[in-house]
Design a protein around this ligand. Structure first.
Ligand code: ADP
Ligand code: UDP
Length: 236
């Protein structure tokens, strides 16, 4: 497999073409941003941790019947993935109120939700990723009803699998963001990443935040939290 030209540089990853037209290589960076790019910084070693943690979680999901883009980890920061056309939605799943939901609905952070919440944001940096509902998604032609039903079903299955898996490691899955993409034959698979950048992880015993909120809110020990997540998941 040959790494060819860079196609895209995002806020957290670079995407490269390969000599296989169906595969890309993603390269995870240490750059961190928050508040739609307004806050910028570096989290030392984050790229390595997110690459490994995301692959570890995707492998677990794949084993349990969720199709993902993961092909092969080829270095500390690089992974071969199936090329997809990203469906421009940030799919957010919430078990406990935090972040923008707590603010929007006036809930205290940490309030247990009586039902899992599924939200969609339209991926658009210019618009600041606005919240949309299923009708907006059909109206804009972002996904059909059949496609969105499958995305929702995968998202709830992923929530159950991840919550159960993390619970045994004393990690509570508060909320997370995932993205889906379409392979050239139209199959919908889980893409992008699942990491402390894209999930809220709280220690089940102490309630300590072990995710990007430490960076967003200047809570200190950001690197330590990312390391702790890698240690609990991968044992190192
Ligand atoms: P952003 O674009 O929000 O700054 P990243 O820095 O993570 O985010 O950039 C990675 C980009 O690659 C994202 O736009 C993501 O949607 C996209 N992506 C993730 N997985 C795949 C894949 N398998 N195929 C094509 N694009 C992907
Ligand atoms: N999230 C993400 N990328 C985004 C927005 C949110 O990965 O662009 C994740 C975030 O880490 C959290 C969940 O989605 O785990 C819900 O985020 P929320 O809507 O509360 O937004 P925030 O508080 O980050 O503004």
């Amino acid at each position: 497999m040959k790494k060819l030209e860079q196609l895209y540089e995002g806020k957290a990853k670079k995407v490269f073409k390969t000599d296989d037209p169906n595969l890309y290589i993603v390269d995870y960076k240490d750059d961190a941003t928050a508040f739609n790019g307004l806050k910028k910084g570096t989290i030392e070693g984050k790229g390595i941790i997110n690459n490994r943690v995301s692959n570890h979680l995707m492998k677990m999901l794949e084993k349990n019947g969720i199709p993902t883009h993961l092909v092969e980890e080829i270095s500390d920061r690089e992974t071969v993935v199936k090329k997809v056309t990203i469906i421009p939605l940030e799919v957010i799943v919430r078990n406990i109120a935090a972040g923008s939901l707590a603010k929007r609905l006036g809930l205290e952070e940490g309030t247990k939700l009586k039902h899992t919440v599924l939200e969609y944001c339209y991926k658009s940096d210019e618009l600041g990723d606005p919240l949309v509902n299923d009708y907006h998604i059909y109206a804009l032609g972002i996904a059909t009803k059949e496609e969105l039903d499958l995305i929702a079903s995968y998202s709830f299955q992923i929530n159950q699998l991840m919550s159960d898996y993390l619970k045994d490691l004393n990690i509570e899955l508060i909320d997370y963001k995932i993205e889906f993409g379409k392979t050239p034959d139209g199959t919908i698979i889980l893409a992008d990443e699942i990491s402390p950048d894209t999930c809220r992880f709280w220690d089940s015993v102490t309630g300590e935040k072990l995710d990007k909120d430490r960076f967003r809110r200047d809570l200190g020990n950001v690197e330590g939290a990312y390391h702790e997540i890698m240690k609990r998941l991968l044992g190192e």
